[in-house]
Design a protein. Sequence first.
Lengths: 200, 255
Amino acid sequence: MKKIFYTRFNVAIIALIPTCIGINFLGKLLASALRLPLWLDSIGTCISAFLGGPIIGAICGAASNLIYGFTTGDNISLIYALTSMGIGIAVGIMSRLGFMETFLKMLLTACVAGLAAVVISTPLNVIFWGGTTGNVWGDALFAASQAAGMPVFLGSFLDELVVDVPDKLLTLIIVFIIIKGLPKKLTSLYTADDEIKSLD
Amino acid sequence: MKTISLYVDKKTYLTGLHPFTKLFYVIAAITAPLIAGKLSGFFLMIGISLILLISGGLLRKALPLVVFTFTILLTIFLIQGLFYQNNVTPLLSLGQLVFYREGLLYAARIGLNILNMLFSFALFVLSTDPFIFVEELERAGLPKKAGYIIVSVFQIIPQMAAAKNTITDAQRSRGLETEGRLLTRARAFIPLLSPVVTSALINTRERSAALEIRGFEAKTRKTFLSERSFSRSDRLGFFLMLLLLSVAVLWRNFQ
């Protein structure tokens, strides 16, 4: 049995977390520079979850929202630290179960991560924004659902669904390409199921 | 050194306050109107934050932080004003569109709450040096590994942003299109991002080796270079905010 929640807090992991937070920030920066209608701000969270496991993924996700919120004054992203934690945990568990090995399995991981994000974000959207998400496409759908008389929760759920699932699909495709190109001497620092062998 | 922090070193009374005092202000400013439960409570609190920002000479820096939420606030007013579930009384109509009183009030509550949060946060972010804040957190018992993570993020992000600019220029000069239709822009994402990410990840190996030989995993307690203590104005600040919170509780109960 693989150790799903096994986490090491060695120097390699501690050095990895700030880098992954930087990657999150960079993804967000590039997505807005290229004017893409997605967030793409959880690439680092997914990489850290793949390398360090669910707990490191959760720490990285929460820390990047908290640090971003506390430095840029964008306190809206503070609340979504919970969502980022959920994404980190989901990707961490899936990759420890072996769902990052092939491209098809990775797509399943992306759907799980997207759903985790939707389930956590929807109540937050309803509480803090009355249901909107701040994304153009999603909010248009929300407006349509409200005009059709659907409950706020369902409308907000759909709003979040059409944005988050494609977002996580693209994010994990990028993560997949990147981690397949990482050198073994780096990934071997983080493997959870290594064992020490003696020569005699 | 370049950082992503918005801190402005103005040497006013606000920058001189202890970080925890300002953090407590943020908490008090956000919770007080929610406790009082009145729309006017939000206005009052936003007013207090604005006065503090002006007195610290930070208003000009704070406004851009607030302006970018205006489109989001506008969508909230549109959607809730038109389609809010409990809409009954029409307030004004523009052609086919009818805005309802309930929806607009609901949107005002959400919008004011967000503005209030933004202003109080701007006060904290603009007047607090993040390095001092992390140092104080560590003194108060935050593990030093967590402190390292936060501080190094401030150094890594400008480095990565610089690397991103280099890569973007390099890829463009090779003929990569970064403007145009959505699909073209989306296709440019991977060649721009993956070189920066891969090199950053490879660097972590060296960084962790460098940390290890400098005794990062030593078990002894850290010592601090500078001493900072709660001054009289910090104690006054704490007292005023406790007063504010109790006024909010009274306001809720006596009306």
